[in-house]
Design a protein around this ligand. Sequence first.
Ligand code: MSP
Length: 670
Amino acid sequence: MFPLAKYYITTAIDYVNGNPHLGHAYEKIGADVIARFKRLAGYDAFFLTGTDEHSLNVARQAEAEGLSTQEFCDIMSGRFRNAWDKLNISYDRFIRTTDQDHVATVQDIVRRANERGYIYRGTYSGYYCVSCERFIEKGDLIDGKCPFHPSREPEWVEETNYFFALSEFQEPLLRHIQEHPDFILPAARRNEVVNRIKEGLQDVSVSRSTLTWGVPFPEEIDDSQVVYVWFDALINYLTGAGYTPGTDEFGKWWPADLHYIGKDITWFHCVIWPATLMAAGVPLPETIFGHGFVTFKGAKMSKSEGIVVDPLKVVDSLGADPLRYYLMKVVPHGQDGDFSFEGLAEAYNADLANDLGNLVNRTTAMIKKYFKGQVPSPTGVYGPLDEELKAVEESVAQRAHEMMEELDPTSALSEIWRLITAANKYIEDSAPWVLAREGKRERLATVMLNLVEAIAKGTIMLSPFIPYSSQRIWDILGLQGKPEDIRWDGNLEISSLLPGICVTQTGPLFPRLDMESSDFTKGEFHLAELAKEKKKEGKPGQAGLSAKSPQDSGKGDKKVADLISIDDFAKLDLRVAEVITAERVEGTDKLVRLEIDLGCEKRQIVAGIAQFYKPEELVGKHIVVVANLEPARIRGVESKGMLLAGSTEDRSELAIITVDRPLPKGAKVR
Ligand code: MSP
């Protein structure tokens, strides 16, 4: 066996002075789709994301909330991580710039650049935009304001600190960019960056003497200063790769294959970051991709400008997959795209409920009706319609793969939809109901088998985009394991898996939204939130912590229960179990019936979590259950065990306990 090629992908790390918004979510989803695709394509992929915590904004926000900066960061960073978990972002490490290994890496990189003579002491005076955390040259101010944050006065800063000799890297950077056409993508971003570099590079200040919140400069240089937040933040990519300070061991994953970041921060990533690496004698990353923005009614989503859509509200209303799907569809490769609630609802109904959901439903219903639910074996009765469908399958698998390799999920998605559309057309053209009526069993068998194959292939290719739903379709088809277990390297071969599998039928995969009456499609209720956010702009408590968010309530205001002995604890048989199926208990608002796999046995439990999780979100989760609880009947349904979940005092927020890396089913929790 050849070792798998590695693929190291990173996103920008988000500032924690406000809650995660749809713009942040778009980036994490885009990177997740690429990471999942790479795994599917056979790479050993490592996906890094996290939070950027040493900003001045964050320190000020914490003070306004009456919390220590670290406490504030812990809460806010947790919110980002929770949001990415809810969106099913498959990160391998969630890094925080306050992590100890990161602090050591930052100091070491500063040390390396200093030893090579690129750090010197000087005096800085100029304007600083706290929202961007960047110094702004006078010529770049518009009406005296930062071009990105016109509602906020830039601050005048004058201090003695340490500079990085960026100006020495003008020629090496231009040469590197020219010799590596994929270093900055898309090409339009590369041209912008090249033109700016050609205007000349100024040395930049990389420490702050007036702040205390940050990574201290190395002791041997001057630990009375802290490292400038951007210099600190960029180095997270090396920490995440597994860099060992004091050595030339850059880590298993370095160099990064892809830094996936927003177009507003290309300067830092395409100029400051590679120059820093050159100064420190570290190899450069392969590609920096500057994606576009999600706009809302044409305006950039931005917490400092008060324009935010809360992705979790969308997930609570519709689930993660529809949002993932829609954002990948409407924000094209490297460009901006506009989000609207109406657009999301339309895409949900037309693409997911109609095209995909109905295709699966109709197919499984026909297999149930005509073949007692069992997918028939090939009969050799082929015709031109079959050839046509096969040709679409092959070309879609090939082309969608190429588009993903070109980091263009939007085009890949529309290619995959060509297959979904072709499969729906194949049903109409082959008219299985006529074949059944006329007793053409062999031809009918071919049609059913071909449909299952088209759906299964579509499902594999869709799994990076809509992972929950893909797994669900996979299970409905009766296929073993996960769609991601199949290798998609341009070809997609699964025909041997299909004959004899038994399909099941459940309710609709994507229940249709009633555009007239659904709260969600009215959408404007989110606008009210937006207006509220706007009002709060600049005021203390912007992060909503002083208003005691339900997420944080209960913190510190309840004493823990009385002590128990270790023997008492040992009476509990806590086990890891995988959720196989999940469905709402009819006639109840809160109850979900779960079929779980404990390794040695499968059993049913009932949990009161329906308000917090859609059943499909639960499938595949590795949860923790009390396995030796006496069976009970809840609303007439038998429950053999209980899952563990954490919740706030008032039970307005709840999260299931899962394991954060794979463990065999049935593993004991102790
Ligand atoms: N902390 C820095 C990044 C440091 S990376 C070493 C930062 N943080 S941020 O919270 O302001 O932005 C994080 C990411 O979200 C950036 O890549 C930014 O471009 C992206 N987005 C913020 N708003 C966005 C949209 N409206 N649309 C798409 N992405 C946008 O910058």
